[in-house]
Ligand binder design. Structure first.
Ligand code: PLP
Length: 398
């Protein structure tokens, strides 16, 4: 196969043609500022209003509860920092999980420096939040619980309803980073006890640099970007109309065929998991087997370096991702994989493949074949594997 096989949809997605087509006129023809009063500006404003309604409808919110941002990271930062500031007089304690995205974790670290106290709740071996620990962590000064809807590395979907109910019972606000879940599974705020929710365009075939924060009516929240009166004076800055229009087009497309797409992706996902488990020894599926995003496959392979695996897959035209984030030359294993209990050396040999509906069974077969060969080759060069096999053989002889 000499075409690219893209299996990194949790990192970003291809922009849907529908989104590109919808955006183009807002660069070339309707470039007006939505705050201007002449009709060119009104065109932009109208497009923004329609987009906001489309997006609100997709989660069962009202249009006034949708605030456009520059993406998932900004939405997460805003939800945490502004809630902390607005509710500081009530308390300075926030609860989150150990497996959040860095947009949450690093914002929590920032808040710790500002005098807030943060409790990081454990997850079980499948990456599911420990609800009994959550309950125990609640204090009279707890003002916010923030737990992601679905994890970006291992795909585990959290019991969001239960978490939200616990928050509600105690009068605590509940925020969820739904960047990986929104547009992939149902994330309805009229059915789930969610007060704030972050989402991002480029994870759902929309453009990059656009997202939104849902803020339930009545939640007191400070503005995060100061300046003009855009977004009801809560988020200043000339609106990114092309981005907003593109996001809405992607949302429309994604929600229209969500069930069909999920069925297709789940089938491919389970087929790939099955082939790997059957054909590659000494591997482990990470994340919950069923409460899992339809497109997420994450494995650890013993005696393998994830980075070498990625490089060799890339040579075959396969784009995937490893669990370990390589920052400035130092290899830190993923905090998510450590939180589900993997030892460092196994966490290092991890591979995430996130599919899309455009992937075919033929591609998945090619990936499984190549992966099997690459893992064998890398292991054949590993002294650790050699030692291990010798010991195994001895065991059998005895
Ligand atoms: C990608 C991602 C983000 C960040 O979103 P951006 O739009 O890239 O800023 C936040 N949280 C999760 C879970 C993500 O997967």
């Amino acid at each position: 196969m000499n075409k690219l096989i893209y299996l990194d949809n949790a990192a970003t997605t291809k922009t849907a043609q529908e989104a590109v087509d919808a955006m183009l006129p807002y660069f070339t023809e309707y470039y007006g500022n939505a705050s201007s009063i002449y009709s060119l500006g009104a065109e932009s404003k109208k497009a923004m209003t329609e987009a906001r309604e489309e997006i609100a409808g997709s989660i069962g919110a009202s249009a006034q509860e949708i605030y456009f941002t520059a993406g998932g990271s900004e939405s997460d930062n805003w939800a945490l920092v502004a809630t902390a500031e607005a509710y500081e007089s009530k308390g300075k304690h926030i609860i989150t999980s150990k497996i959040e995205h860095h947009a949450i974790l690093h914002t929590c670290e920032y808040l710790e420096k500002r005098g807030f106290s943060i409790t990081y709740i454990d997850v079980d071996e499948n990456g599911v939040l420990k609800l009994d620990e959550l309950k125990k962590a609640i204090r009279p000064d707890t003002i916010l619980i923030s737990v992601m809807f679905a994890n970006n590395e291992i795909g585990t979907i959290q019991p969001i309803k239960e978490i939200g109910e616990i928050a509600r019972e105690h009068g605590i606000l509940f925020h969820t980073d739904a960047v990986q879940a929104y547009g992939h599974v149902q994330t309805r705020v009229d059915e789930l006890p969610i007060d704030m929710m972050s989402a991002s365009g480029h994870k759902i075939n929309g453009p990059k640099g656009i997202g939104f924060l849902y803020i339930r009516k009545g939640v007191k929240i400070r503005s995060f970007v100061h300046g003009g009166a855009q977004e009801r004076s809560r988020r200043a800055g000339t609106e990114n109309i092309p981005g907003i229009v593109g996001l809405a087009a992607a949302v429309k497309k994604n929600f229209a065929n969500m069930e069909e797409r999920n069925r297709k992706e789940t089938e491919l996902r389970d087929y790939l998991i099955e082939r790997i488990e059957k054909e590659i020894p000494y591997c482990r599926l990470n994340g919950h087997r069923t409460d899992r995003l339809p497109n997420n496959v994450n494995f650890s392979f013993q005696f393998i370096e994830g980075e070498s695996l990625l490089i060799m897959l890339d040579m075959k035209g396969i784009c995937a991702s490893s669990g370990s984030a390589c920052t400035s030359g130092s290899l830190d294993p993923s905090h998510v994989l450590l939180a589900i209990g993997l030892p460092h050396e196994i966490a290092h040999g991890s591979l995430r493949m996130t599919l899309s509906e455009e992937n075919t069974k033929e591609e998945i077969d090619f990936v499984a074949d190549e992966l099997k060969g690459i893992v064998e080759r890398l292991r054949s060069m590993s002294p650790l594997y050699e030692d291990f096999i010798k010991k195994e053989e001895k065991k059998h002889v005895q």
